[in-house]
Design a protein. Sequence first.
Length: 440
Amino acid sequence: MNVVRTQDLSQNRRIARLTQLTRELEQSRTPEDTLRILERGFAEVDGFVASLLLSTRGLSPGHYRVVDAHLKDQPLSDLHSPAKQELGPVLCGGILGAILRRREPQLLHDVDWARDPFFRDTLIEYTSVMAIPVIGDRLPVTWAIGLKRPRKQFTVSDLEETVERAAMVGALLENQILAGELARAHQQIDSDARQVGELQRALLPASLPRIAGLEIAASYEPLGRAGGDLYDFFPLDERQDDLVDIPTAPSRWCVYIGDIEGHGLAAAMVMAIVQAVLHVHPASIATPADLLTYGNRQLCSSRIDGLVTAFLGIYEPVSRQLTYATAGHPPPLLRRAADGAIRALDAVGSYPLGIDELETFQEASVQLERGDTLLLYTDGITEAQGTAEDLFGIDRLTRAFRDGGDRPAELIDSLRDAVQAHEHGQAARDDQTLVAAGVL
């Protein structure tokens, strides 16, 4: 039977301090804190060692700057931030210049600083020198120089241990600096995304328009700060009252819903461009098919990557007629008040915008009646996923539409509840937009 004997190390002060040092480093969150912990910890473990921290970053061979000097055994002074190089004088030559040219760990004894042009007064008492290159793309400190007086010379074991420490410390500081840069970049991206999201929402109708004979409600849920869905209502023309010479209710309204390929900032910018193109179309363009044709040509000629699906209708309040064209977008659903029947507006269809500059579009018309309800949506609704990767789908949407409220706002709320119940608390995987219009 083998007996394992465990050596009692509880009284070893050096191991105990190194263990404590490890715990302190686990709590460190900044490179500055890490440097202070390491210097204090190593000083307590090994005793005080005079040192210089040098930087050769961006300098010619043999040139260097002194970033930090610690030559007396005293409480640590504030260190320069390792993430920011303090611009001090550039030195060249001398004993340190010769050491740095070799670009490898070095151990020197009997060093005579008497003829050194820079350090003959400050380093004259230190005859043993240990030089360690510090590896790290983001560290301004590229060399650590240890210094000892004649009776306490460095050994090869000291050099070996210090090289290992320098590698670990350099990697730790490099990772902390990188983490800080990533955090700041993430904050900037998040701030930019928030601003884009605010601008995007400003592009959506500030309030739903009052279109004669229609009651409208909408829901827009982007995947992130900003999204690639878009809905809009805008008048195509206004009539003038000949008696009082003031504008009256528009005779035609453009009803639009679109979905830009992708998510986030890029999709939001494409969405803004598409909306601007539709709003500033030439007056001679007056039909849904022509509007989509114009928008497609502008998008293709702009050479902006990304496809856009779209449903665009022109509604005439007086006749209650809706003429529409579709570019790769899920067809809206129409619920008839007379019998509750639901049909898809899929009489026409075509490719998404942004594929072929020469693409043309067809259009169809549908007559709306009192009490009818029109539902427009993006594929983020039908492609919402349940726990078993089961899509919400058009059948569930149709049933939820059939059973939903008669008023558009109530209908939107019930559809949102149905989608969220299907997702079982999971985060949405796409932008989700719903628009409902009821004929009064």
